[in-house]
Write a protein that binds this ligand. Structure first.
Ligand SMILES: [Zn+2]
Ligand SMILES: [Zn+2]
Length: 354
């Protein structure tokens, strides 16, 4: 391993991973940079590929490098690169859009029809020593932000996109279902956007205990009753009156979706951020008669990473507290085992030389 040039953490099949020395990426485009990856967070989707070998229609057919939540140090720059130089510390946005299709031209590149996203088959992820990206998908970290925090810009950007989709504005009341990393970060972004009440909902007491001390005004543990009853109790306990302005689902769980619809006021906004079962029962009558605005949210788009870095830089969002452990690159699989076991909030994997 000592002589490896670009050691990579590769998924070969279900629960089958290996370290492989792959060629160092080349500067194929003058606008590209090569990054020496220093920290990578592991999220549900990585673990899902490791456990099941697929997510929906995305199936791992050929060995694929895992990881997509990374930050690192620029080690090479293409001849046309203007904003970055060797040695710059950057958060890495891991999906490259085609820039040519209608959604790309409309500024919604997360909906690109030809997206090449890290660790989504057939595209390799960032758990390697080196990774190539166009310069405009790299975000320079201010000096006071660590590379570990830089790796958290990916889930934070997911949260920024969700909260922007919800259009959260000052004084609004927001309920967030699911107190995992993305749910917690949604709470933090909603708070930063000026929400007056932010309520985190989860079925694990341990997660709620953390949420209580992190960017929420209160927490809620659903009981084993109908969604309408949980929604009523939540409204009462939190003084939500006729209902919340915004409900965000970051859990993907059917009961959360139901409670979310029922906890909203007439004319409220619902955003689906979590991915669970692909089809569920849905309280469509309530959605219709309350004239709700219902939106999806997928990854991140124009300006989301920039805002994520800005929120951390200004101290409005604390991502440090979500980092509960770091493992060495050689122990990458351990991080997957810990995430699977629900240990901690966010486990990072160090780069080759970290
Ligand atoms: Zn992720
Ligand atoms: Zn496109």
């Amino acid at each position: 391993m000592a002589t490896a040039q670009n050691l990579s953490f590769v998924l070969e099949g279900i629960h089958k991973v290996k370290f492989e020395d792959r060629p160092v990426p080349e500067l194929k485009n003058p606008h590209d940079v090569i990054i020496n990856v220093k920290y990578t967070g592991i999220c549900g989707s990585d673990v899902h590929y490791w456990e099941h070998g697929s997510i929906g229609s995305f199936v791992v057919k050929d060995p694929m490098v895992l990881g997509h939540e990374s930050a690192g140090i620029v080690s090479q720059v293409g001849s046309a690169v203007k904003t970055l130089k060797v040695g710059d510390r950057v958060a890495m946005e891991p999906g490259i859009s085609c820039r040519r299709c209608d959604p790309c031209k409309a500024g919604k590149y997360n909906l690109c029809e030809d997206m090449r996203f890290a660790a989504t088959p057939p595209y390799d992820g960032t758990l390697a020593k080196y990774y190539a990206l166009p310069e405009d998908f790299c975000y320079k970290l201010p000096e006071h932000i660590s590379l570990q925090e830089g790796a958290l810009m990916e889930p934070l950007s997911v949260a920024v996109h969700i909260v922007r989709q919800a259009g959260v504005s000052p004084g609004q009341t927001v309920v967030v279902f699911g107190a995992g990393p993305v749910g917690l970060l949604c709470c933090a972004v909603a708070t930063a956007f000026g929400a007056s009440k932010v309520i985190a909902v989860d079925i694990q007491q341990q997660r709620l205990d953390f949420a209580k001390s992190y960017a929420t005004t209160s927490t809620f543990m659903p009981s084993n009753v109908a969604a309408v009853e949980n929604a009523e109790r939540m409204k009462e306990e939190n003084g939500l009156g006729a209902g919340a302005d915004v409900a965000i689902d970051a859990s993907g769980a059917e009961p959360s979706v139901h409670t979310g619809i029922h906890v909203l006021r007439n004319g409220g906004t619902y955003v689906q951020g979590g991915m669970g079962r692909s089809e569920i029962l849905f309280p469509i009558m309530a959605a219709c008669s309350k004239e709700l605005t219902i939106k999806g949210s997928f990854r991140y788009g124009s300006g989301d990473y920039k805002l994520a870095v800005g929120l951390v830089s200004s101290g409005k969002v604390d991502v440090k507290r979500l980092i509960t452990g770091t493992v060495k690159f050689e122990q990458a699989e351990q991080a997957f085992i810990e995430v699977k076991a629900g240990k901690g909030i966010k486990t990072l994997i160090g780069g080759i030389d970290v």
